[in-house]
Ligand binder design. Structure first.
Ligand code: MG
Length: 376
């Protein structure tokens, strides 16, 4: 075993990404985060919002001496990067990172997994324990102005080789039903369809739309009503046969337990920045597995985020699809190791060690606004 020690953290704050296509994301500076070890192995990931990465460094820099004395607090510098559970338990401390804890933890956790993979020369999914080598992808499409546009994009997805498509509808329930009917008619019954109205409906509207997409043979119904309407979700799950998924905006691990206990989801959605990275996603996926539920991971994001989710998807049994941002490549930056589908609509396991992405340093240097380091 390598006897590695963490010696520093470096954050490259990047210019806001200039999106091509119709990406709906906010345009704020993102950040490349590097955790550096004494033997030169570096863990690297990216955060969509640099503010969290800057906070990570600033808070470590200004830790009050009394906190250093708290038994559970683990300073990052000098610690073995393989001690993930110990480091991360310490960072959940509410008085230290407070509400930013899951996002900050996500960046650290994914760097630590990247270090582990690179040190042992293995891709992360193998390190966790591989379940498969490839997974089908669905095209995660955006919101469009007309029914015709939805049909056109769905047909393009099929031409590109996707066998599954998720619709983000206009979020007016009658129009949404029109969109679902038109897309189903255009792509035929062999294409898997999902609907994600992103919490748009009342309970009554959710039931009406749910009954219709059930009739149209949709595969999942995601976030029809707010995740906090536990009672509404539970009654929707009882009323519909189609699987109702929710959870991607739960900001800690414990919210998932509530969904299980109240019968308020047939399966989970889960995103790394809300549950503390790969380690958090594994915990949520395993919780779901015990209750016979799916855990569909939310890989809509930049290449590092896509890779982190992909490694977990390849190492758990209860995830059925990779979420591919559509058009493919809209979030690519900072690396040439991009994730794409093959001719059958599958995404394959990364082959390089760790997360499997090499940094394109010339692009990162060109986009870097400032670099912050700890220790200085
Ligand atoms: Mg969603």
């Amino acid at each position: 075993m390598p006897g590695l020690r963490i010696v520093g953290v470096k954050v490259h704050v990047l210019k806001p990404q200039e999106f091509t296509g119709e990406a709906t994301r906010i345009n704020v500076p993102s950040a490349l985060i590097r955790i550096i070890t004494d033997e030169g192995v570096e863990g690297v990931t990216m955060l969509e919002e640099a503010v969290y990465a800057e906070e990570l460094v600033e808070k470590f820099k200004t830790i009050k001496s009394w906190l250093r004395g708290v038994e559970e607090f683990t300073p990052l510098i000098g610690v073995d990067p393989f001690d993930r559970e110990r480091i991360e338990k310490s960072l959940w401390h509410q008085y230290f990172f407070q509400r930013s804890a899951p996002t900050v933890l996500c960046a650290l956790d994914e760097c630590l997994w990247d270090i582990a993979g690179k040190a042992l020369k293995m891709p992360i999914y193998k390190l966790i324990g591989a379940y498969r080598e490839k997974i089908p992808a669905f095209a995660s499409t955006q919101s469009y102005g007309s029914v015709e546009d939805y049909v056109k994009v769905a047909e393009e997805c099929v031409e590109d080789g996707f066998k599954a498509i998720k619709i983000h509808p206009p979020r007016y329930w009658r129009r949404d039903i029109e969109v679902c009917r038109a897309v189903r008619e255009a792509v035929g019954d062999d294409i898997t369809l999902m609907l994600d109205p992103f919490h748009a409906y009342t309970r009554e509207e959710a039931l009406r739309v749910g009954r219709e997409i059930e009739r149209l043979g949709f595969y999942w119904y995601e976030d029809p009503i707010p995740t906090t309407d536990i009672e509404g979700l539970a009654s929707l799950c009882r009323a519909l046969d189609i699987q109702v998924l929710t959870g991607e905006n739960i900001h800690d691990l414990y919210g998932y337990a509530e969904l299980v206990l109240r019968g308020a989801a047939d399966g989970f959605r889960c995103v790394d920045v809300n549950v503390g990275g790969i380690t958090g996603m594994l915990k949520v996926a395993h919780l779901a597995e015990v209750f016979g539920m799916s855990c569909e991971l939310h890989s809509w994001g930049h290449p590092w985020q896509q890779a982190a989710h992909l490694h977990v998807m390849l190492a758990v049994r209860n995830c059925s699809f990779f979420e591919m941002p559509y058009p493919m490549g809209i979030f690519d930056q900072g690396t040439r190791d991009t994730i794409r589908i093959d001719g059958d609509g599958y995404v394959h396991a990364p082959r390089k060690p760790g997360l499997g992405l090499d940094v394109d340093w010339s692009e990162i240097e060109e986009k870097t606004i400032k670099v912050i380091s700890w220790p200085d």
